[in-house]
Design a protein around this ligand. Structure first.
Ligand SMILES: NC(=O)CC[C@H](N)C(=O)O
Length: 309
């Protein structure tokens, strides 16, 4: 049982009422039928703070498709198994390209620019398949442990839809395999990646699950060391420069927090030493980032003075 902070709740409610009507400015992801069916006029927002409180407004307890935000959890799991070897196989630079771009990967000989574009995340999925037994359930157990609930599953409809329409991700995976940068069989790696993307989670659960990144790798409450302090720093650095795809520069300029978006409509922002904000609303802008979630997080960071810079 967690408690809410009434003043944060009032702030979230006010901003949600102000920004939710702007969902009409975006378009729900339509690259797979399972996501194209999601109703657009929805939004939720939640803040988990290091003292264990979770405050929310709107549909903050409703689950949505985690999509690219899953790349954070997979990356932490991979970092827990590989040290420098990981950073020889994937770079740490912003890409300046759409998240599923292929050209750059060919130029750069199968080494993805960073672990949060699709190519990099597929490589990270390869590390999980190769270094964890039962890697799909290991991923799910990791998120459940962090979110402190067993009510998190991979949505089978989304998973099937991803598999059936995954040609571009398959192209990225086979291209990396041709350069010798993927170890396992490509279908296994893609199944792992799509399974991660298909995770269904709520704003409240996601905010709670990522608190360790705001707390130098330690999960507040249990005090468990989820990753090293150095790796928490590294993940936040990558999210600051690359987490919002080719809108990462603008996001740093306007908000100034490590953040990650997903085409399910979620954006999560890490506020070191304070907590984690998750906003969700399905319609996306042309970069694949949620229109309303972007506005909500920008406004929250501004009102609470959360920018790191
Ligand atoms: N940006 C995203 O959320 C991309 C995830 C999506 N499943 C894909 O691989 O294309």
């Amino acid at each position: 049982m967690s408690y809410a902070d009434p003043s944060l709740e009032a702030l979230l409610q006010r901003l949600l009422t102000q920004y939710q009507p702007r969902y009409t400015e975006g378009k729900v992801a339509n690259y797979i039928p399972a996501l194209a069916q999601v109703a657009p006029a929805q939004a939720g927002v939640a803040i988990a703070t290091l003292d264990g409180k979770v405050s929310g407004a709107g549909a903050f307890e409703q689950q949505f498709s985690l999509q690219s935000v899953s790349k954070i959890f997979a990356l932490v799991m991979a970092m827990n198994r590989l040290d420098d070897e990981l950073w020889q196989r994937v770079n740490m630079e912003p890409s300046g390209q759409p998240f599923n771009s292929i050209v750059q990967l060919e130029w750069e000989k199968g080494i993805p620019r960073n672990p949060v574009i699709n190519a990099g995340a597929i490589l990270v999925s390869d590390v999980l398949v190769s270094h964890y037994s039962a890697s799909k359930s290991a991923f799910l157990s990791f998120i459940r442990r962090l979110a402190q609930t067993d009510q998190i599953y991979a949505d089978q409809q989304v998973y099937q839809s991803e598999l059936e329409h995954g040609n571009r991700n398959a192209a990225l995976a086979y291209l990396m395999k041709s350069f010798g940068n993927i170890e396992a069989e490509v279908p296994l790696v893609l199944a792992q990646y799509f399974h991660q993307c298909a995770t269904a989670i709520s704003c409240a659960e996601l905010s709670r699950a990522l608190l360790f990144l705001a707390n130098r790798g330690v999960q507040p409450g249990t005090q468990a060391q989820i990753c090293s302090r150095r790796d928490a720093h590294r993940v936040n650095a990558i999210l600051s420069t690359s987490g919002m795809y080719d809108q990462s520069g603008e996001f740093a300029f306007k908000v100034g927090l490590p953040a990650k978006s997903g085409v399910g409509g979620a954006i999560v922002a890490i506020v070191p030493q304070f907590g984690v904000i998750t906003a969700w609303s399905p319609p996306l802008n042309r970069f694949g980032n949620s229109v309303v979630a972007m506005q909500l997080i920008t406004a929250i960071a501004e009102e609470l003075g959360l920018s790191l810079f």
